[in-house]
Ligand binder design. Structure first.
Ligand SMILES: [Zn+2]
Length: 400
């Protein structure tokens, strides 16, 4: 019986157990009872539909004992490959696609150049990419799409995506209709946050902020365990926090926003003013490492602006953990497995400035937020999109 054809009714307790196992891979029945607050009998009833659907497997682990009673522990293991999702990050230049299992491990990946970034043409290319990735994979049951801009995750509608020049595109409906697969659409930074929430640093914490530093400054927030979507689709616009009223003009019409100082255009614009034309962000970082004073100053200002922005987040929301990533922090396309080493990245130059500005501006205990700067690979975006599709499957399983 395939996981897709079998979707028996699942109790709320069953959903909680399923979520625990998607987060952790496996657990003993005893640990599941402890972590969910359910009785052992309730655990037995809760997991039965998932065992029957082939999504879980029970094994008696004879090597370990179940507490003081000395009985063999029964392990419950997620059958991660029994259900698979395709994640696609849509950009104006390229589509990045991955197939992931229920633990969001990447099983396959593909990158294709965009032929035409009109909505109809991109839908056509997404359908081709999905059809290619699902060939020979009957366990693929859903698609997750990640798009920058103002996205209504409930309807799958892209209200506005500046980089794609899209307005009011019913992306989710079209891709679902053409592929026959359940399709979710999410803002790309929120998709990354969703990946962290299920499989990364967000596991077990209720408040997390993820900030991407690149062409724009993106931010997604987890507050009280919920991803914040905002009343009107806008939330966490840390890029437009004021850093310097006399600073450079921002595209939003104001001066001295974080994005005007730390976004790629801001950094490269200030380098051009200093006589360095035609650089990429990596070149600026290389110059700074070699001690070139303009590059050192521009990246120090950028790091400081980001630090002030995240201190504002910490002061407002008390985030337990703040991840800063993105192409201005360090981005290279890399192997898919998620554990390959990445070269020394640009974040080493910004890191001390981000941290010192944060420490100056964070109020009281808000300064206890764990700050993590890390590089971002394109595959991570697509994996975040797949995480949204997996999340939808797990939270809605057996509830149709
Ligand atoms: Zn602005």
């Amino acid at each position: 019986m395939s996981a897709r054809s079998a979707a028996p009714a699942l109790s709320p307790a069953g959903t909680r157990v399923f979520q625990e196992l998607v987060r952790n891979g496996d657990a003993s029945r005893t640990a599941l009872a402890r972590d969910t607050g359910l009785t052992p009998g309730a655990i037995t009833r809760a997991v039965r539909p998932l065992l029957e659907a082939g999504l879980l497997l029970e094994t008696g682990d004879r090597a370990s004992s179940d507490g003081a009673l000395g009985r063999p522990a029964t392990m419950v293991t997620l059958q991660a490959e029994a259900y698979q999702s395709i994640g696609v990050k849509v950009t104006a230049d390229q589509l990045f696609g991955v197939v992931c299992d229920l633990r969001c491990q990447v099983l396959d990946e593909v990158t294709v150049p965009v032929r035409d970034h009109g909505a109809d043409a991109i839908v056509e290319q997404i359908v081709e990419l999905v059809d290619g990735l699902r060939a020979g994979r009957p366990a693929v049951g859903s698609v997750g799409l990640a798009v920058s801009g103002d996205v209504d995750a409930v309807s799958g509608h892209v209200a506005y995506s500046p980089f794609l020049a899209w307005r009011d595109v019913p992306l989710g409906t079209e891709v679902a209709r053409r592929t026959g697969l359940t399709t979710t659409v999410e803002n790309d930074v929120r998709a990354l946050l969703t990946g962290e929430r299920w499989y990364g640093v967000g596991r077990g914490i209720s408040s997390l902020a993820l900030v991407t530093v690149g062409t724009g400054i993106g931010c997604a927030l987890l507050v009280n365990g919920q991803v914040v979507h905002g009343g009107f689709g806008v939330a966490g616009e840390v890029g437009h926090v004021l850093v310097d009223p006399e600073g450079p003009l921002c595209h939003c019409g104001n001066r001295g926003c974080v994005e005007a100082i730390a976004g790629s255009a801001g950094i490269l614009g200030r380098m051009a003013e200093a006589g360095f034309d035609g650089l990429g962000i990596g070149d600026v970082a290389d110059l700074a490492r070699s001690g070139q004073p303009d590059a050192v100053r521009v990246l120090a200002d950028a790091g400081r602006a980001v630090g002030i922005g995240i201190a504002t987040i910490a002061n407002l929301l008390g985030a337990q953990h703040i991840v800063i990533t993105g192409e201005a922090i360090g981005s290279r396309s890399g192997p898919a497995a998620g554990d390959a080493p990445v070269d020394e990245q640009d974040y080493d130059v910004m890191d001390p400035h981000v941290r010192s500005a944060f420490e100056e501006r964070a109020f009281g205990s808000a300064a206890r937020s764990a700050i993590e700067l890390r590089p971002l690979r394109f595959v991570d975006w697509a994996r975040g999109a797949a995480a949204c599709a997996v999340e939808h499957f797990v939270t809605s399983y057996g509830r149709s």
